[in-house]
Design a protein around this ligand. Structure first.
Ligand SMILES: [Zn+2]
Length: 388
């Protein structure tokens, strides 16, 4: 794990600017670069970045105050160093503490099982964070960070502390279920157990922004490299693409917040994206029009869509607000009629589902039909759905 931190710090020593957001983003790249990282629990990796951020801020503060700089230090990767787990992700049963490991899900099979630690004392009731450390003799210690005032003012049953928000959360219906179809045109279309539909639109400005960006880039590429105009246009390009990214991310945050925080249903069900075939592959010779279509679509998926990020935000936010998020197989949910179960082809341009079965004749928005299918599949029970 430390390798990436080490590389990071080395780069910083060579004068690269520190930026926490960028560092967190590079975590995914680090995982691709070093597959071993996948078997480390993701929240721990994020924690390393947070600690590095604190260290860097400390460094800047010291530099500003004219003190001795004291550059952050790193340990080689084979050495153990203190790990911090946020309480939200830990399970305590009596005197045992379960520390999750990485892998599983989209990263493939887990290499290491979760670590079951036996504690010699009772842990405090409401803790924020657990730091795992080791002494020179090889004994491991768990340090619980907690608030004195919080202890014992609730029932004796252990509950991990959740941050209480000032804003009012809608009362949760514990038997409530809402199922969402996630898509390109409509970010999320949902239906709940009472038959109510939700529509959450996505970020609309892709085309406009992409057109602007392409225009700026082609202008720039006609200039002489390193010329004043070239540099100016590069700056404009960066600014516009940043604005686009921010707007999109903001939109995804709002949408996931809405689902996790505002909706009353406790169980949230979504289709499993890992099974979805989203990128169109090139098939032999293709006419220019087809090529163009494929390119636009794939650009959507790779750069603009952000559904993976959306699911991540949703995962985190559902956890935060005490909701259960389930992923289920979404095969044929768009193609199937939710009334008569007949399947028909549904190319992307068909926005309405018109059932070809004359006895049925269902006419419905395609995303709504798909959401109902996901809901019904979930309610129908097994195979066991992965809870996130
Ligand atoms: Zn039908």
């Amino acid at each position: 794990m430390l390798l990436c931190k080490k590389i990071k710090v080395m780069k910083l020593r060579n004068g690269q600017r520190w930026n926490l957001e960028r560092a967190k983003k590079s975590l995914r790249e680090s995982k691709a670069f070093d597959p071993d990282l996948r078997f480390v629990y993701g929240k721990l990796l994020a924690e390393v970045y947070f600690r590095l951020d604190k260290a860097m801020q400390g460094l800047f503060r010291r530099l500003e105050a004219g003190e001795k700089a004291g550059f952050p230090r790193v340990k080689p990767r084979h050495q153990f160093f203190t790990l911090c787990y946020p309480a939200m992700y830990l399970e305590v049963q009596g005197n045992t503490l379960i520390l999750p490991t990485g892998g599983g899900g989209n990263w493939g099979p887990k290499r290491y099982p979760n670590i079951v630690a036996h504690l010699t004392e009772d842990p405090p009731e409401h803790f924020h964070e657990v730091a795992v450390s080791r002494d020179a003799r090889g004994n491991y210690y768990c340090s619980f960070v907690y608030d004195d005032a919080e202890q014992g003012n609730q029932d004796s049953e252990y509950k991990p502390r959740k941050k209480q928000k000032k804003r009012k959360q809608r009362e949760i219906r514990h038997d409530g279920i809402v199922a969402f179809d996630l898509g390109i045109k409509m970010l999320a279309t949902g239906v709940n157990d009472q038959g109510r539909f939700y529509h959450i639109g996505g970020f609309k400005g892709y085309r406009w922004h992409n057109k602007q960006l392409d225009k700026i880039r082609s202008k720039r590429d006609r200039c002489k490299k390193k010329s004043r105009r070239y540099i100016h246009l590069s700056k404009v390009y960066k600014r516009v693409s940043e604005r686009k990214r921010n707007k999109q991310r903001d939109c995804l945050h709002k949408a996931s917040h809405l689902i996790a925080h505002q909706l009353a249903e406790r169980a949230v069900v979504i289709g499993d994206l890992s099974q979805r075939q989203m990128v169109i592959k090139k098939k032999g010779e293709e006419p220019p029009k087809e090529r163009n279509k494929r390119r636009i679509r794939n650009r959507m998926v790779y750069n603009d869509w952000g559904l993976y990020g959306f699911v991540q935000m949703l995962t985190y936010k559902c956890l935060h607000y005490g909701k259960a998020l389930y992923k289920i197989d979404e095969r044929d949910t768009t193609k199937m009629c939710h009334v008569c179960k007949r399947k028909q082809d549904m190319p992307l341009w068909k926005r309405m589902y018109r059932c070809e079965n004359s006895n049925c004749g269902l006419v419905m928005d395609r995303d709504e039909n798909s959401a109902v299918n996901i809901y019904q599949r979930f309610v129908a029970g097994p195979p066991p759905h992965t809870q996130l």
